[in-house]
Design a binder for this molecule. Structure first.
Ligand SMILES: [Zn+2]
Length: 282
């Protein structure tokens, strides 16, 4: 059985082919934000067709960087790239590639990947956060994605952490994503997140907001572990050591909830592995 996995993010997209449980092909490209949906589909379909010719795949799993209405298999919207609102991406892929396809938002799919193959193995509940261009969250309960009543569970990017903070792309003020994601770090401070996080003084101030968002997850879910994926999650111990200390400071004194927060174990491939797991249910 071969599976095509697609990870559509805000600043890049990745595709892979799995043969059984082994990744045999992989490619990652920068996203042309101006090109929107049409540009993206013009990249994905020809690449998938060229792969299909050398290694025919039987099914496709997709992680999309924005809210997805899971039962209808439609993208709700992307706040970062234009043209995706209400788009039935799984049905489109099925028509263009001739294989069954299934999608969910990338944080849910990343949670599945990390939960089954990475940092969350055998741990429940497991919380996965993608911290890159934007912020998304995925909750895994005994290996199953917890989507909530309307597929919008885990959307921590728009928790309010600074009610008087600056306006977010969603229209509210001081959202977790507005205060902590890569897109806004660069806009607010004039440097990419990677550079900013090399400065310990910046990190000490950044982890206060980061911990405010993660504290909400700990108080609500008491997760066995939380893993952070995406570009900023790769900052390593210079981010995670102060982050754990700040969480310890912020978490309500009587709470015995563990503070187990680690980088994603699968690096850039959490969503691809999750897309494989999602497609295995087809
Ligand atoms: Zn928001």
């Amino acid at each position: 059985m071969r599976t095509l996995a697609i990870d559509i993010g805000g600043s890049k997209f990745s595709m892979a082919v799995f043969e059984g449980g082994r990744m045999t092909l992989r490619e990652s490209r920068e996203t042309d934000k101006e090109g929107g949906r049409d540009w993206m589909l013009e990249q994905i379909i020809p690449l998938a067709r060229s792969w299909r010719d050398e290694a025919a795949f039987d099914r496709c799993g997709i992680g999309f960087g924005g809210p997805v209405r899971y039962p209808e298999q439609r993208i709700a919207l992307s706040t970062h790239v234009g043209g995706w609102r209400d788009f039935p991406l799984a049905a489109y892929i099925e028509t263009k590639l001739g294989v069954p396809a299934i999608m969910d938002n990338d944080a849910n799919v990343g949670a599945l990947g990390e939960g089954l193959h990475g940092a969350g193995k055998s741990l429940s509940p497991f919380f996965y956060m993608t911290l890159s261009t934007g912020i998304g969250g995925g909750i895994l309960d005994n290996g199953a994605i917890w989507r909530g009543a309307d597929s919008y569970g885990g959307e921590i990017g728009h928790l309010t952490i600074r009610p008087d903070g600056p306006e977010c792309l969603c229209g509210a003020r001081g959202c977790f994503e507005r205060m902590c994601c890569g897109l806004w770090l660069e806009r607010d401070h004039g440097k990419p997140a990677r550079e900013l996080l090399e400065d310990p003084a910046f990190v000490d101030q950044y982890v206060v907001d980061l911990a405010l968002g993660l504290k909400a997850c700990i108080m609500l879910l008491n997760p066995a572990r939380m893993a952070i994926g995406g570009g900023i999650g790769k900052a390593g111990e210079r981010l995670f050591v102060p982050l754990r200390a700040e969480l310890r400071r912020q978490i309500t004194a009587w709470s015995g909830a563990r503070i187990d927060v680690v980088p994603a174990a699968l690096g850039d491939d959490s969503v691809l592995w999750g897309a494989l797991a999602l497609a295995e249910a087809l």
